[in-house]
Design a binder for this molecule. Sequence first.
Ligand code: AMP
Length: 433
Amino acid sequence: MTFEELKLTRQFIRATEDAGYERPSPIQERAIPPIRSGQDVIGIAQTGTGKTAAFLLPTLQKLKFPQGLDPRAVVLAPTKELVLQIHQEAVNFARYTELRCLALYGGIGYQDQLAAAQAGQDLLIATPGRFLEIYQRGGFNPKKITTVILDEADRMMDMGFMPQLRLVQELIPSKRQNLLFSATFPERVQRLADEFLLWPTRVEATPESTPVATVKQFQAALPNVNTKLHYLKHLLTEQFPEARVMVFVREKDQAELIGRALDESLRSSVRTIHSNKGQNSRINAMELFRDGSIRCLVSTDVASRGIDVPETSVVINFSVPRDPHDYVHRIGRTGRAFRDGVAITLVDPSEGYALERIVELTQTPIDLLELPAGLPIEETPRWEKQAQARTIDGEMRKRDPNYKGAFHEKKKKSAKANRPAKKGNRPPKPKRG
Ligand code: AMP
């Protein structure tokens, strides 16, 4: 199929040519026709499938040319990074039109965004909170909005945006087109869809939760964090010395630890992002990674959702995500739109269960890698052994509520002996984000 056959007009076809798109992706083929005909649409598509263009192209085409001061369409997305990325894509697609697109997101002062909104816009791309704030400060009148797009709906639900989404819904005229895009479709997204959409058409790019077929998946068994660090350095310097790499961790402290440990060997080519980092530092790191000034980005799940850097060819899971859906999102950073990718997951003895859940969800085996000869294997410190034992106990108990737990039995016998000896030896408290 071609973009002409999808009935895009000349100015948008030219923009897709400029972006280097040769033909529509499957989600574009499936979603653009019902969106063009004005239907409500649920799109199940991971990032990397071309879903952003699938909703932006027909929406911009419907807006056609600038009209009045008030916006006529809004895209709501969970994070500022995603908002900025969608905005960039919208600006690119709208380049042969006069359409005005504005990004609204928190973490920086609202004044400039308020002034820009008041100056007149056609399409807003916003986080729900900042959208409401700019509205409340008189940035725009929402009564002209006739298209609402919820992007990464699963993540918006995870982040607790439901109350804000309800408020947004109340502000916008009920006669409108609603589009909802989500990588996964759990029950809470179904409920959101029931509230927001009317007789939606459902389109899917790949079967639910199946990682993009172009990603080759591997696992490596490593006893502890320090050995994982050695292996990570090996991967970055020996195995993939040129590649654009995203490294995922579960906790922000681990992101910092890796950032520091890698800096020694990789000098300035690494940045970390997580929710404690300031707005500017996160955007800056993203930009550097996108334009290739740095080649390795270390990130938590929360900070990374939806990040699109098509050149990313390797994803390394430094820790196994507990929620298998996060794994699907993580490896979706690579193998994007018509490119191949590799995902390598580093697994310590306590993470095997989480990996089993992933294989169960994705129905795809993950090949075991042989460790390189000469890789230093570190002793597991006592605090880490205990943390691993606790995780294993927790997993066993989930499977069998009567399971007594090796760790706790031991703890009872000699609670004192098990305490970390010195304060400095204790592991950092895990924090998500
Ligand atoms: P998305 O799934 O929207 O995050 O898009 C992933 C990447 O695919 C982005 O870098 C897009 O620019 C790119 N892309 C989207 N549609 C196409 C297409 N039809 N052909 C080639 N690349 C595309």
